[in-house]
Design a protein around this ligand. Structure first.
Ligand SMILES: [Zn+2]
Length: 445
């Protein structure tokens, strides 16, 4: 039997307790005397959270293994405290078949550092024209429940309506990248406003997001199905979602750490590290996003971790790829901008970074209470530790890290996935070698 004792962690930041984990399950909570063969993690003063769950990452495998692989992305996830990540479908080939989804699942299990959950494409090849094999993906070993054309908007209202109808019987959800292509085309790369005018960059107005979200919540109401809004970026979108929830419409939403913290004026230096889709917005939007996350209008934090090779990112601003890294810094950014100002407590962080995304994504074994009988997915956080982010030290294969050089307070110290320590800062400053080649089989805990 595999035994682990976590000593003296403050559960959700409240009272301290020991946790006994046996064969991947929490079997005792309270004052535990460690069995002789148990591995012991000293967590005195640390906050214990259920393992973090990320509804939105790009792992680039298959197709762009020069930017990230499922192995390097899994290592970055473990270092960031994540025990499950949803891998977006915009790989090459696209995850639009059962076979493609099962391959992502299997590659994730072979790494064994975090649960890699494939997201299925809504339309074949992300082309927006014809529905992908949603039912076959749902019935596959990968049990796909989240579908998204992320990177592209499902802009055709008829396709969106049919996708919502199709996933309803098996409890699926459509995660929408809301960007009306007529209001914000592929070239739009900067929030439309004063900064885009000064820089002469093509503008991406907030209404391009808000109009799609308004349409989609009405389609969700009409079909009685479930829609999820990816990376909410404007105050107007928060208002639409707040209204829709008040009507009882089945809508959920996520916000990224970068949209909670960074503003559009960072673009004044033309540094492509800040180029992201949707774009960074003005302070008024950032404040509305923080308030929306604090009051529950926005359900979850998701990173939109988007690694890019240097030769795709280090270009003139208009030509550079969209996206930034996020897995390793997410908890620290949320700690800095939401916990320290008192907008969220640690129990709220457990909700927005673990239990809510697990529920939205249909993962019954993730985001569970730290209690007897729960699978042992646990993240240990030092709320007072200051970290200065060093892009070169990332486990990701890419370096497009907007937090390089920033000092953030609050950091993940250790991660336990399926009862095994997948990351421990104090032990070896990295991922444990023996786990890199570990194989896991059977159903995920
Ligand atoms: Zn997107």
């Amino acid at each position: 039997m595999n035994r682990l004792v976590i000593r003296g962690a403050r559960l959700l930041g409240a009272h301290a307790a020991d946790l006994l984990v046996e064969d991947g399950i929490i079997t005792d909570v309270g004052s535990v005397s460690a069995p002789a063969d148990a591995e012991v993690l000293d967590a005195d003063g640390l906050v214990a959270l259920p393992g973090l769950v990320d509804l939105h990452v790009h792992l680039r495998e298959p197709g762009r293994e020069d930017a990230e692989t499922i192995a390097t992305g899994s290592a970055a996830a473990a270092a960031g405290g994540f025990t499950a990540v949803f891998a977006m479908a915009n790989t090459s080939p696209v995850t639009d078949t059962a076979e493609a989804a099962e391959r992502v699942l299997d590659l994730g299990r072979a790494c064994g550092l975090t649960e890699v959950v494939p997201v299925g494409a809504v339309t074949k090849g992300l082309e927006g024209a014809e529905l992908a094999e949603l039912g076959l993906m749902a019935r596959s070993r990968a049990r796909v429940r989240v579908f998204s054309d992320d990177g592209h908007c499902v802009h055709d209202a008829r396709i969106m309506r049919r996708a919502l109808e199709y996933v309803k019987p098996f409890g699926g959800v459509i995660s929408q990248h809301a960007q009306d292509p007529r209001l914000a085309g592929r070239e739009a790369c900067c929030h439309e406003g004063e900064v885009s005018g000064r820089l002469g960059l093509p503008g991406w107005p907030g209404i391009a997001e808000e109009s799609i979200v308004a349409r989609d919540v009405m389609l969700a109401r009409h079909t009685g199905s479930r829609v999820h809004v990816a990376h909410v970026s404007t105050a107007g979108t928060v208002e639409v979602i707040r209204w829709a929830k008040a009507q009882g419409i089945d809508v959920t939403a996520e916000v990224t750490p970068h949209h909670l913290a960074l503003t559009t004026d960072l673009l004044l230096g033309y540094d492509p590290v800040y180029k992201v889709n949707p774009p960074l917005r003005p302070t008024e939007d950032v404040e509305a996003l923080r308030a929306g996350l604090a009051d529950g209008t926005i359900d979850a934090v998701a990173t939109d971790h988007a690694p890019h090779a240097r030769h795709d990112k280090e270009h003139a601003f208009v030509d550079a790829a969209f996206g930034m890294l996020g897995l390793e810094t997410a908890l620290s950014v949320v700690s800095e901008v939401m916990v320290r100002p008192g907008l969220l407590g640690w129990a709220d962080v457990a909700r927005v970074m673990s239990s809510a995304p697990a529920r939205i994504g249909g993962l019954a074994h993730q985001g569970r209470e730290l209690a007897i009988g729960s699978p042992a997915h646990i993240t240990l956080v030092d709320p007072d530790r200051e970290v200065t982010v060093d892009a070169a030290a990332s486990r990701s294969r890419s370096r497009n890290n907007p937090w390089h050089g920033h000092t953030l307070r609050g950091a993940v110290l250790a991660t336990v996935h399926r009862g095994r320590v997948t990351h421990d800062v104090r032990n070896d400053a990295g991922t444990r070698r023996e786990l890199t080649n570990a194989t896991t089989s059977g159903a995920d805990l």
